[in-house]
Design a protein around this ligand. Sequence first.
Ligand SMILES: *Cc1c(COP(=O)(O)O)cnc(C)c1O
Length: 514
Amino acid sequence: MLFGCSGPNDWWLQGKVETMNVQYRSSRGGQEGVSASGAIIKGLAQDGGLFVPDHFPKLEISLEECANLNYKELAYEVMKLFLTDFTEEELRGCIERAYDDKFDTEEIAPLAEVDKAYYLELFHGATIAFKDMALSILPHLMTTAAKKNNVEQEIVILTATSGDTGKAALAGFAGVEGTRIVVFYPKNGVSAIQEKQMVTQKGENVKVIGITGNFDDAQTGVKNIFGDKEMAEELAKAGFVFSSANSINIGRLVPQVVYYVYAYAKLVKEGRIKAGDPINVTVPTGNFGNILAGYYAKQIGVPIAKLICASNENKVLFDFFETGCYDRNRDFILTTSPSMDILISSNLERLIYLIAGSDADKNRELMQSLSASGKYTITEDMKSRLADFEGGFASEADVAETIRRIYEKTGYVMDTHTAVAATVYENYRKASADETPTVIVSTASPFKFTRSVMEAIVGSIDDKSDFELIDKLSEIANVKVPNAIEEIRTADVLHDTVCDKEDMKAQVKKFLGL
Ligand SMILES: *Cc1c(COP(=O)(O)O)cnc(C)c1O
């Protein structure tokens, strides 16, 4: 694909490193030639598809060189490959503003060696879940993109959350000029701490709404509003334009590629591996955004051998990797890892597109089948391209057992989502005898899921309040209670709207004064 390429005779590029522009197209074929900044503003393609890069760039520096960079420097090296229409100044500015002292460690993403695996801790940001890694920077990318594209309207972010995206997006967008944000969460489908974090969010431009439904209902509702042409027109007249902070936005995905490169570089720097050696990664998965970013990291040159996709009891992805059939027709189970309670993993579409040989027609056909019948089956050819992936799942009992076992053995306390991954990794290692150094992506602080974590470690906790348990956890783990938790101890509830999934659109209009 030569479209957008700089030719060798482009004299104004002489002396600069020549990189082919990455442009974005819809995974369903209805749109192409969209710039990175355009794709970030739009969120979803016009035809309901996801924006995918038209080719994969390659890292321009060696893995050894990566090992000498700090998080921000590396973030620039990685993100510039995908966001080719951002200037160096723009991109570095976004990175500076995102990865600052909102994080409680300068490393941004520390790597902890525990029980023969490396835990990549992605929960040191403002809301103590990995969503901060991308949502700290997305508002900056989006407002920069709006400026570049002369977007005059106010950007309205609509977000469905299974618990962590909501707070991270609220924290990211609160008070950001030229934006408003509405977050929908499943009223009975998030942890008490997650809910408290969201409903105490301050800011004139934010709105938090619980819906009587599950995460898939929230996500489908948001997608329907995005697809509603009448609503878009009404909005445009009033000076608004919708966008998304969900991982369907490439502005979420690209910053997530960074920490896979960083983890690899760190292992090289610490002498755990030599540059070029393979590693495996195990990722606790819901919407398939995080693990897909790992796959993108592999495409740009990080030697990742296996991507182990860990599910909780909502094991739709495990079944998919086993059988080649994706089937969401099953009961939705509420688990102790609520951020992974998902039956429609949106980002899987980007992988389906790739394994179909970048065939948008084939992908569209499968996605139509998914929305019509709740399932689809890939071809044998496509299945053979999934060899990089390994699926596994953990039961609720397994998760509690893993948290307790690792704590007793090492003193390290992990959250329920990370424990899903740790369980799946342990099972994989036993079954395969594969001893490749493995990074387990640690997606949340245990303080975010204190009840489940403490129940796993000490047994019965029924008569204890959340904050009593938090203090106890701090004591046994020997870790200070994070600021994100201290903040909500006494904070006032500012949002108490609950609506049916049918009323989501009306609620958005009300908030915008339409
Ligand atoms: C969102 C989330 C996940 C799932 O990540 P996906 O990108 O949706 O697969 C896992 N763990 C935690 C704590 C999360 O917040």
